[in-house]
Design a protein around this ligand. Sequence first.
Ligand code: ADE
Length: 265
Amino acid sequence: MRNNIHIGILAAMPEEIGKTLENLKNTIKVEFGDLTIYSGEWNGVEVSEKIKINLSIAWSGWGKVSAARATTRLLSSNLLNSPIDLLIFTGVAGAVNSKLNQWDIVIPSGVIQHDMDARPLFERYVIPALNQKKLMPKRKLINWARKAIQQATENFDLKLFGKVSTGIIATGDSFISDKLLLKNLSINIPDLDAVEMEGAAFAQVAIQENIDWIIIRTISDSADEEAANSFSEFVRIYENSSFKLIEILIRSLKRDLLNINKSLE
Ligand code: ADE
């Protein structure tokens, strides 16, 4: 049985990765134009099983193209000479659901590219390459992340963070700071919980490349007229806490979450 796993972690901005790089050892840095990927061994607190965890980490920049490019590079660069077993995209999001507040965590059960529109050839939001509107991570990955975060909250290991929920996130190449726009979006995508600018592009690449993936977002603003201010202020503070969320996930990783049991050493 393999005794190591390789996790890819992406975020749009360095603030969303925070101190994670300080918890790697034997780190290598690989540059592809303006994209830098850091790869190394997890050197943080113990993980739940005796397993070596390799991490490859990058910030993609904002938007769908940057997210897709970074995901593709991360997957195709054969870093640490081992394939990526799981991809995680983490960062902040604007709330659409009025029950969500700053610091609440949303694990999307589905992500939609809200600016994809190939009508009349395809229904609105359908991604032609996948013939699918809503991209969904595996249920067992959602359950794992939710449980790990929930437990950490109960143990006061995730200070500042609020409640954790699953929901629908819409991704598009716009920073949304307009209540009217938001209202139209929620009419077209019922049950919409939050918006961001990378998740569904990242998910599309992961699905097309047949790699397990999950997205974890923390609410930074309400995607209304105050959004730019709330977002900027929030990200400055979030920088000191984003690692905590990543740490909780890494610490609770288990072999049977990933498809590595059957692999030979
Ligand atoms: N990410 C965080 N807040 C956002 C917003 N209001 N619109 C799009 N992406 C975001």
